[in-house]
Design a protein around this ligand. Sequence first.
Ligand code: C2E
Ligand code: MG
Ligand code: MG
Length: 754
Amino acid sequence: MPGLLRRRLLPGAPSRVLAVVVVAAAAAVVAGTGRPVAAAGSLEVLAAGAPYAGLLAILAWRARTVAHERNVWGRIALGVALMTAAVVVGAVLGLFPETREVAAAAMPWAPVVAFPLVYGGVVRWNRLSTSLADPHDALNGSSAVLAVLAVAHTVVQVAAGPASEAAWWAVEPALAQFAAEFVLVGTVCSLPFLGNMGRDPRTWLVVTSFGASLAGSSVTLVTAGQPGIWGWATEPVTVVCLALAAVLRPGRAEPQPTDPTASTIGAFVVIVASTAVLAGGTLLGVAGPATWCAALATLGSSVRLLTNVRELAVLAVTRREALTDELTGLANRRALLRRVEELSGSGAPLALALLDLDKFKEVNDAVGHAAGDHLLRMVAARLEPVLRPGDVLGRLGGDEFAVLALIDADAPLEESALRVARRLHDRLAEPFPIEGLVVHAAASVGVTTSSGGPDGSSSPTQLLREADVAMYDAKRSGAGVALYDSERHADSSGHLALVEELRTALSDGQLVLHHQPQLDIASGATVGVEALVRWHHPVRGLLGPGEFLPLAEVHGLMGVLTEEVLTQAIAQAAVWRRSGLAVPISVNLSASNLLDAGLPGRVAGLLAEHGLPPGFLVLEVTESVLLTDPDRSLAVVGALADLGATVSIDDFGTGYSSLAYLRDLPVAELKLDRSFTVDLLTEPRTEAIVASTIELAHRLGLRVVAEGVEDEATLRHLQSLHCDTSQGYLHSRPLPADRMEQWLARTGAGTPVH
Ligand code: C2E
Ligand code: MG
Ligand code: MG
């Protein structure tokens, strides 16, 4: 056996059986007994049956050994089993003159009966290699056979050759066999046509095999059953080629998804051919089987076409759904990334802007998900007019939107990108009316650019990451808009990883509290400590809250984080109190915490669990937080105050709020922002504001804490303005619990230090 063939053979291929098939087929050709009905002796029976039996053995072996092609070769093997039985029975019947005619009439039906099996196998093979056919395409296959039959009938009648004169029982099976084989050859040919030929040489063999069979039946038909050499030479070729194809290794081919388009084209071709037969038959006066077959073929293919139309409609919906965001109807992440890929591949300069709504979670929590969804749709509608033709607006999920904007090749890229980002930002600056409320849903916009060209284009995910980093920067700085700057943002590009690490940190106890004392200015006694969160990052060391709190807020981790801080702070205050260091502890709450109606209940639970009286807990909230959704946050603040905890307004003076809410809120403390303390001695206007704020607070029955006191002179001045409490580096920097404990013990908590 040649080396090349040996390499191509499947391991363990039954090459002996193959040799028997080849020799038997050759013998059949030499003996002239390729056509079983011509058999006249027991030797001929053997010569006719042996190649088929060998082929059957090879196919059965093949189906059993190559699992992923079992569907293909198993079906072909069943078809060949049927043929083998027919050939043997036909040859045996052919031995006796009285049964010879029956055999001659029945034998041509064998390939017709075997057709659905072999066709099923070929279609499945096709499916493994191309997207052309659908495995459940039997309706198309049989309609195609009927159409070919109709055409063949018409040709036979119009040509008026010997076949038109022969008895129907002699012609019909030959025609049916011709039609079935014609469709088989057509189906197999779609393999080479779709480029499979180079990859899988077996297709050549199968095409040759079925082609030889078709040639045989064509000649039989044309010669009205007297095919001569063609009759007995073609069948052994069919058998040998198929046997060879079965022992070869499969070529490389990826299974393809079913595509109804291909079978729709098939059904359409059948309908056109059958209609032509019907029309032509009427013109030429041809009637009978041709008309019936054409009508049946049209019916079958029409049914197939209808199912396909339905399938295509479903496919269209699925494709649309796969690329659009259900809520807003905008492009989804996949569609957007795909478009970015197309455009950056084409070398077009573009900008990718990422928008994240600043207050979406609060709105969602406050007014409910339905209103939140409504807000997202309104945002989409507001952004759309900003787009120019070719631009894409998409929603990436949650409250994140993205805009892919094409930039004119001659325009300055970064400037244009920033202009787009600002336009988007400004569109959302106006408040949205939702359920009678006026909601400010301003967005932070990060934008990045791709100049196109060979070195200028980045991958879609890279661009998205850059835009995300810029967006995060815009959010953190409060600027609203930021352009990605590879130098400035190089080390912040890891912030997404940081979010994941923060999740881990929260569950692994990497968050710790540092404590900063608050001193009564008049007496110098320590009257409280503020708990300030820190992150013991395993690699980056100790991180301050500025480095991860905005992340926690944006990525919805604030609730868990606050819970952790509250737990640690309450536990610490309880421990200190038991050891004689009785100081109230202050904990900072964030915007999302105040919209969480369950918070007061959980705080009460923690206080009870650690046995800390509520008077030892101070909860700091900032003014802007209270303005997000006043009704709801006021309810939460009210419930916290009802527990007996002290509510404090942090960073007072930095918000835009009126003082009106001070009247309605159960607040007991104001913390003057550090910016006032810093300028107190140098800015007379600041001093005036501080003085009147302290006075107003006292009138309302609130105590005032000055933040950021760094020097003795400032402390003295605050004292002259009757400020109650001082907090700042002057007294101590925020310290870990053990060092704070030493500090408290040294200075004497609750005892005067001055
Ligand atoms: P804050 O609540 O206004 O806390 C005071 C901040 O000022 C602290 O910064 C503190 O270290 C710093 N500070 C205190 N005295 C001085 C001083 O004399 N000079 C200067 N320059 N700074 C001083 P820190 O710890 O970095 O915290 C920053 C902000 O992070 C806090 O401002 C608070 O808003 C937030 N934060 C801290 N811990 C938490 C927490 O557990 N939860 C929440 N939601 N926010 C927290
Ligand atoms: Mg604070
Ligand atoms: Mg503060």
